[in-house]
Design a protein. Structure first.
Length: 190
């Protein structure tokens, strides 16, 4: 089982999550947008060995669905809540977004990290943008400064889908036009 949000989880319930091997999808941006009011005790979950991944939830409660934004918010909300700039460091948050998500879905043998034998699911970032310079710590950059729009290349299972911002398998303009039309059709009949 994977529980999403977990904004009102108690210490005893964290123990139940551990005992039952329940996974958690932490959705900090969505939680803040919908005003959950609760606080997901992610550091305690991690300390007790509960599998935690990051999620964006849906577009209604997280308009951008940007995992980079989600990583940043994850780290910052916990630092703010605890008054502790060292809680949930960038590497931990990056791991939640990658291998943590794969473990939550029980597919860590196939994805979640770049290793021989795993599917080659890779994104590449254009690091030559003003907000990504200077480059002191790349993991920290990905968590605190990068945005989904910085992705320039996407490879899924070893197959390039986008290289240097050029889509290879999709007609992006047509998809965007169709999406706009569907949205207008949907809202005009509501």
């Amino acid at each position: 089982m994977i529980l999403a949000h977990c904004g009102w989880i108690t210490k005893n319930e964290i123990l139940d999550l551990k005992r039952t091997k329940t996974k958690v999808s932490h959705c900090p941006v969505s939680n803040m947008k919908i005003g959950t009011g609760g606080y997901a005790p992610i550091p305690e979950m991690i300390d007790l060995g509960v599998t935690v991944g990051l999620g964006t939830d849906g577009a209604a409660s997280n308009n951008t669905l940007d995992m980079f934004e989600t990583m940043k918010f994850c780290s910052l909300v916990h630092k703010q809540h605890r008054w502790d700039p060292k809680i949930l460091p960038a590497q931990v948050v990056f791991d939640l977004a990658t291998l943590g998500g794969a473990k939550a879905l029980k597919i860590e043998e196939k994805v979640g990290s770049i290793e021989i034998g795993k599917e080659a699911d890779i994104i590449m970032l254009d690091l030559e943008k003003p907000h990504l310079i200077p480059k002191h710590d790349l993991i920290s950059h990905m968590v605190y400064a990068a945005k989904g729009s910085d992705i320039c290349t996407t490879i899924v299972n070893g197959k390039p889908l986008m290289i240097n911002n050029e889509f290879l398998t999709l007609d992006c303009r047509k998809i965007l036009e169709d999406a706009e039309k569907c949205a207008k059709d949907l809202t005009s009949t509501a």
